[in-house]
Design a protein around this ligand. Structure first.
Ligand SMILES: CCCCCC/C=C\CCCCCCCC(=O)SCCNC(=O)CCNC(=O)[C@H](O)C(C)(C)COP(=O)(O)OP(=O)(O)OC[C@H]1O[C@@H](n2cnc3c(N)ncnc32)[C@H](O)[C@@H]1OP(=O)(O)O
Length: 415
């Protein structure tokens, strides 16, 4: 067939949200001929991410990723979104960095002749973060530094404070996509952002209290309480907010520790020291990468209790999500322990979900898997655990749970 008749289609549209599935089809091919599909993106730091898979056109000269199995490459078998979740960085130890959610992540797709490598067709999928009419408001209110996302419509909407990792700066993709589900979301930075300390000596909960108070007072936010979503280091901050601050109804902790870590956390006359790592439990992989999975001890033992967040004080609902192969730390241990502490104190408002073979950064759907990366708390590259496919499936499951959890406990079930 003439090459001009070969088309690569992205359905239902070349424009989609980052967290949504698309259907890639190639038509007009020579029946039963080998075809390679490739995907490629360049993130906001200029790092290239790529994936590819080998297919065979069917009797009608089509490849439909919803039906046609991959015979090899970045993934095998029928994987509708394999070209997206299997994207891997050219630069090792890198996580996809998306700083500007006002612009979509552009994923270039190509179909090549599996025998000659000739490009037969191409198309771009623009994967966006902002729904039409959503407001993105940079915030410098008092000490608060971050970005407020307000969905379109009259509101009021339930409010959520979104805290990310010890990577510092501000990470907006999850906040903007959560806002597109009908929440007012405050993506809150807490260090190494604008005039916030670059290398803080400690954190104070009053900063987060200011953010909660600010969000609750926004006219677009429906009370009585707000939600908090957190991951990794910020998990203990979310637990501390839930334990000491008023007005928090629902808290999500993803791969968190139930004790304070890295920096001392102050609140009024209380200080939570960071849980001290046990250096002899730090391991090294065969390729020489640091493995800190077992570096943190049991926070309920001995002096470690000084770092333990008293979550029994909290009155909110909790969702703990933990990756069973998290190598930043033993997330399932900490999540299970947190649930046991709540249960022991007669609390019933918690749920724990664990994910086999998933790694540390459980992010929004189709965020490429990050196996290892520079760890600012460690000062070197560490392994983060998990396997790409299982990690991707965990992200899909968790994203639905998070939305359902907040809709249930923040009261916008109708949307
Ligand atoms: C052997 C010692 C054992 C110690 C045992 C400790 C045990 C337990 C403690 C556990 C504590 C866990 C705490 C929780 C962990 C987390 O929250 S996850 C860690 C953070 N990672 C992420 O969030 C992943 C996603 N983010 C990134 O990967 C980011 O790219 C980043 C975190 C690397 C920061 O990048 P960016 O925001 O774009 O800023 P940059 O300017 O690029 O980097 C900021 C500073 O980091 C330095 N840096 C970055 N990459 C590297 C590298 N590969 N090698 C060395 N240094 C790097 C960079 O120089 C910047 O420093 P300056 O500002 O220039 O001084």
């Amino acid at each position: 067939m003439a090459q001009s008749q070969i088309r690569l289609k992205i359905l239902p549209s070349v424009r989609s949200f980052f967290d949504k599935m698309v259907r890639v089809k190639v038509e007009g091919l020579t029946p039963h001929k080998p075809v390679e599909l490739r995907s490629r993106l360049v993130d906001d730091k200029g790092v290239t991410f790529k994936a590819s898979a080998l297919y065979k056109a069917d009797e009608s000269g089509q490849v439909d990723v919803f039906r046609t199995p991959s015979l090899g490459g970045s993934y095998t078998g029928v994987e509708p979104m394999g070209l997206f979740w299997a994207l891997a960085p050219d630069a090792p130890h890198t996580k996809l960095m998306k700083k500007d959610v006002l612009s979509p992540t552009r994923v270039a797709l190509e179909a090549l002749n599996g025998e000659t490598g000739e490009v037969l067709a191409s198309e771009s999928n623009e994967r966006g973060y902002m729904i039409e009419g959503m407001k993105r408001i940079p915030l410098q209110e008092g000490r608060i530094r971050g970005v407020l996302f307000i969905p379109p419509g009259n509101g009021p909407f339930p409010g959520i404070v979104d805290l990310y990792t010890f990577g510092g700066g501000l990470t907006e993709p999850r906040s903007s996509l959560l806002a597109s589900k009908g929440f007012v979301v405050l993506a809150l930075a807490y260090f190494r952002y604008q005039d916030l300390p670059k290398t803080p000596k400690n954190l104070d909960l009053e900063y987060f209290e200011e953010a909660v108070t600010y969000l609750r007072k926004r006219p677009e936010v429906k009370g009585p309480g707000i939600g908090v979503i957190s991951i990794s280091h910020s998990g203990a901050l979310a637990l501390s907010m839930s334990s000491f601050l008023s007005g928090i109804s629902a808290t999500v902790c993803i791969n968190a520790c139930n004790a304070n870590t890295v920096l001392p956390l102050h609140y009024k006359d209380i200080v939570f020291p960071p849980l001290p790592p046990v250096m002899e439990n730090v391991k090294f992989t065969e390729s020489g990468l640091v493995d800190i999975r077992d570096a943190l001890p049991d926070p309920t033992k001995g002096k470690n209790r000084a770092s333990l967040i008293p979550i029994e004080r909290a009155t909110c609902h909790f969702l703990f999500a933990a990756s069973e192969d998290d190598h930043n730390w033993n997330s399932t241990f900490f999540a299970t322990q947190a649930a046991e502490i709540l249960k022991k104190h007669g609390k019933k408002s918690y749920e724990v979900v664990t994910y086999p073979k998933a790694g540390h950064f459980l992010d929004v759907p189709y965020m490429p898997y990050c196996s290892s990366g520079f760890h600012p708390a460690v000062g070197s590259v560490v392994v983060f655990g998990g396997e790409p496919k299982a990690h991707s499936e965990a992200q899909l499951d968790l994203w639905e749970r998070v939305q359902e959890f907040f809709k249930t406990h923040l009261g916008n079930k109708s949307t």
